[in-house]
Each structure stands twice: as C-alpha cells, then as structure tokens.
Design a protein around this ligand. Structure first.
Ligand SMILES: C[S@@+](CC[C@H](N)C(=O)[O-])C[C@H]1O[C@@H](n2cnc3c(N)ncnc32)[C@H](O)[C@@H]1O
Length: 264
C-alpha cells in the first residue's frame, strides 16, 4: 500500500496560516480499507481536499467538491506540489446543495461540512449523496452532534441527535457498517458563528446492492410464487380431466396422468 506522504503535512498552510485539519478525517481512514482499489469517490465540502489527496495516494480516484475558491486554490496548489498520484484528486468548485449524480460513485464522503447548511438542506444533501452512490457503495460521514435544545439555538447549522444518522440510513435500507457517537451531553463551541470543536458522529454505511428495479423484480417474483399453488391446482384439475379420456382406452396413460396430477 502506498503511504500518505509526510511532506503533505508540511504543506497544509497558506502563508503560515492553517486552514483546515492537516490529516484526513478519522472516519475516512476507517473506511478506506473497505474500498476496492481504484474506487471512484466524491468528497463534498472537501476544504483543501485533504481526504481526497489521501485517497488518491491509496490508489483511488476522487472528485472533490468545494464552495470556497480560496480552499480550492490552496488544495490545487498542494496537489500540484505533491504531483504524481495526488493528481487523481480533482478539485471542482460547487455547492453540495446542487449535487446531481446518479449512482456514479463507489463512495461519497461528507466530513465536518453538513453543519454549514441548515438541517432540512442537510437532509436533502444526504438524500442526494445516497442517489450519487452505486449499489454496494459507501457513504462516509462525520457530522456535528447536539441535543435538540442546542440545535434550536443554532437553527442555521445542521446538528444531529446522537443516533439520528444511523436511524436515517437504516430507515433507507442501508447497512450501517460502523457508527460512533458520544453518549453524554455533547459539547459545542459557541464562541464562533459556527459550531467548532463539538462532538461528532461518524457513520460508515453501505447502499443495498438491489436497486429499485431489482427490488421490484423480487416483489413481482414473490407475488408470482404466491399464485403458484393456484396454478398447480388448475393444472391438477386439467390433468385429471384429461386422464378420464384414457380410463378405458389407455389405462397406462391414464395412470401416468393421474400420477403427474398427484405429484402437484
Ligand atoms: C470544516 S471544513 C471541512 C473540510 C473537509 N471536509 C475536512 O474534513 O477536512 C468545511 C468545508 O465545507 C465547505 N462548504 C461550506 N458550505 C458548502 C457548500 N454549500 N457546498 C460545498 N462546500 C461547502 C467550506 O468551504 C469548508 O471548506
């Protein structure tokens, strides 16, 4: 496995000022071994693309989506400086609220970014992240956690209750591979305009392999099986009726037909 270059950490500042975390998010480190080599990954609200550049060094291809042009420029500079494998992380300007992909990615990541939009918007983004994921693919999330009263105080920032993300994914039929969330009253840093060093929930979930069309086919098949006993009954009656014609003329054939009917 190609290791993440140490030099990356030396280049995480612009004019001496660090912008975001120097290392890929812990939930991304946890999820990476679950990705097949060469996976195609979307990272929404990527900042300087730290997650994506790490994943590029692990042999994946990444589409990093970021709103802020300064972060994009900084991220592209880092990728340029690292060269080679890092170029597998393409950084694109965009708003996560406008996501519009259909089952294109093996994994979709959102780490420490959903708090920057309102809760109903975050729910929509999660829905779009799921749509962007291929069947069998992963969603990898690190989101801020809060009690309902804390959320009420900060209505413009999407904060999640302790088990909310897990419940949300399970309700959509996804398999929750890993979920970590603090179980005591959470700590939020109210000093800034945005929740800062608060508690977070980390989720890794897998999309079910059966797509809607396959699921529909399975339901249709089940309905068909439910009808089968009736069809057997009809066929049975048909065979018995047919057998009557041979009772005298061809007793052997009569027996065969009656046996066939009895087997149903
Ligand atoms: C705290 S940083 C986290 C960056 C990165 N995900 C990480 O874990 O290092 C949040 C990022 O989300 C970006 N962001 C905020 N609103 C966004 C939006 N609507 N669409 C895309 N990115 C957004 C910010 O510009 C910022 O770079």
């Amino acid at each position: 496995m190609i290791s993440f270059p140490h030099s990356f950490e030396g280049q995480t500042t612009v004019e001496g000022a660090p912008l975001v975390a120097d290392r890929p998010d812990g939930v991304v480190l946890d999820a990476e071994p679950l990705l097949a080599r060469g996976s195609y990954v979307l990272d929404v609200g990527s900042g300087r693309g730290t997650n994506g550049t790490y994943l590029a060094f692990q042999g994946h291809k990444v589409h990093s989506l970021e709103l802020n042009s300064d972060y994009l420029e900084n991220g592209r500079r880092i990728i340029g400086a690292l060269g080679g494998l890092a170029t597998a992380n393409t950084m694109v300007q965009g708003d996560m609220r406008d996501l519009n992909f259909r089952e294109e990615f093996d994994a979709v990541i959102a780490t420490r970014t959903l708090q920057l939009i309102a809760k109903p918007e975050a729910y929509q983004v999660i829905h779009k992240m799921r749509e962007a994921t291929k069947p069998g693919g992963l969603n990898i999330i690190n989101a801020f956690v809060a009690e309902p009263d804390q959320q009420a105080e900060m209505p413009n920032f999407a904060l999640f209750e302790h088990s909310e993300l897990k419940t949300l994914y399970k309700a959509a039929g996804w398999g929750v591979i890993s979920f970590k969330s603090p179980n005591e009253r959470v700590k939020l840093d109210y000093t800034g305009a945005v929740p800062g060093c608060g508690s977070k929930a980390q989720l890794i979930a897998r999309k079910p392999v059966a797509t809607e069309t396959v699921q529909q086919a399975l339901i249709a098949q089940a309905k068909l099986s439910a009808l089968l006993p009736n069809s057997n009954e009809a066929r049975k009656r048909e065979l018995i009726a047919l057998a009557q014609n041979y009772y005298r003329s061809d007793p052997e054939h009569y027996d065969d037909l009656m046996e066939e009917a009895a087997a149903l």
